[in-house]
Design a protein around this ligand. Structure first.
Ligand code: SAM
Ligand code: SF4
Length: 323
């Protein structure tokens, strides 16, 4: 069996390890949270590892753990250790809200984690609390510092820009690429899982315009393995990335698959098409059968999405898919 796609390489697997979260970001989760999956419906670390191994044999070389909040799942570093030992996986990373990083950064690094992306949508304590509903800015800032001290770099900061909520902080975040050498990525707000944008959407073109007064943005070669386009401001050690899932389709260069916490393989974030891997895993499917199923799911990858016309995957929240 050969790789996952002949003309367009699929080499990136995002694995959601839990649908639970210690925050309730308004753009991602309902206030009451989502009904958590019973523990036995979630893939075990051994099962995740079997899928990752089969995927790596098909050419997946980059794996990112996400959620929900991945650090709320117990003993995550043992999964990191299992994945780090799989030959062929050369980039192992984590997306987190950072709240628990000050506790776990060193342990994760020691287990084989390479780097982290940390979500941070405001530098103002009251506003941070309002967006996350229950979070404390200080916890995430301490988490960023702990990740830096543990050597989990490059650290990328993800900011979802929302009009009237945090768009007045665009320049402050961009400025941090100079002041602190942070790598900041601005992400367009997606209407996902039934979320209403309610006028909050800000296109990347406007975000770029708001950064212009800080200096000319020069293209940068940072390899993000994904849809972000990277730039840097004059004299900045850090970079600025732009991710525009709504205003500029990048489906044609999408290189990723997603595995949900309960074992559904999703070829596209924005389509409800899924392939169940949990049932085959639990009846003892061979590695070859897993590879055949992964390949079959990949072939169902759609050509594009219709987010800009408001059509989107409705069945799940972002925290349930693994954003
Ligand atoms: N809990 C972790 C975190 O917040 O980084 C990982 C899971 S979270 C679902 C992954 C990413 O999805 C975060 O960077 C978050 O900001 C982003 N996200 C969630 N809902 C979104 C939305 N409606 N539009 C754009 N990005 C969204
Ligand atoms: Fe939790 Fe991340 Fe969703 Fe915020 S964006 S509610 S931290 S899963």
């Amino acid at each position: 069996m050969t790789g996952l796609s002949d003309n367009h390489p699929i080499n990136y697997l995002r694995i959601s390890v839990t649908d639970r979260c210690n925050l309730r970001c308004a753009y991602c989760m309902p206030l009451e949270g989502v009904a958590p999956l019973p523990h036995d419906e979630i893939l075990s670390y051994e099962e995740i590892s079997l899928v990752a191994r089969a995927a790596s044999e098909l050419g997946i070389s980059k794996v990112r753990l996400t959620g929900g909040e991945p650090l709320v799942r117990a003993h995550l570093s043992s999964l990191i250790g299992m994945l780090a030992r799989i030959e062929g996986i050369d980039d192992l990373s984590l997306t987190t809200n950072g709240v628990l990083l000050s506790r776990y950064a060193r342990e994760l690094k020691a287990a084989g984690l390479k780097r982290v992306n940390i979500s941070l949508d405001s530098l103002q304590p009251d506003r941070f609390k309002q967006i996350t509903r229950i979070g404390k800015l200080e916890d995430t800032l301490l988490g960023i510092e702990a990740a830096r001290a543990a050597g989990l770099h490059p650290i990328k900061i993800n900011m979802v820009v929302m009009r009237g909520v945090n768009d007045d902080e665009i320049a402050d975040f961009a400025h941090l690429t100079r002041e602190n050498g942070w790598h900041v990525r601005f992400i367009e707000f997606m209407p996902i899982g039934g979320q209403k944008q309610e006028g909050k959407f800000v296109p990347i073109s406007e975000i770029m315009e708001r950064i212009e007064p800080l200096g000319v943005l020069k293209p940068h070669s940072l390899d993000g393995n994904g849809p972000a386009r990277y730039f840097h401001l004059p004299h900045a050690k850090g970079t600025i990335g732009f991710i525009s899932p709504v205003s500029e389709h990048f489906c044609f260069k999408c290189n990723r698959l997603r595995l949900t916490a309960e074992g559904k393989l999703r070829p596209c974030l924005l389509s409800d098409e899924e392939m169940d891997l949990r049932e085959p895993l639990r009846r003892g499917a061979s590695a070859d059968e897993l590879k055949r199923l992964i390949k079959q799911a990949t072939e169902a990858k759609p050509e594009g999405h219709k987010l800009d016309s408001g059509t989107t995957a409705r069945s799940r929240s972002m925290c349930q898919i693994g954003g």
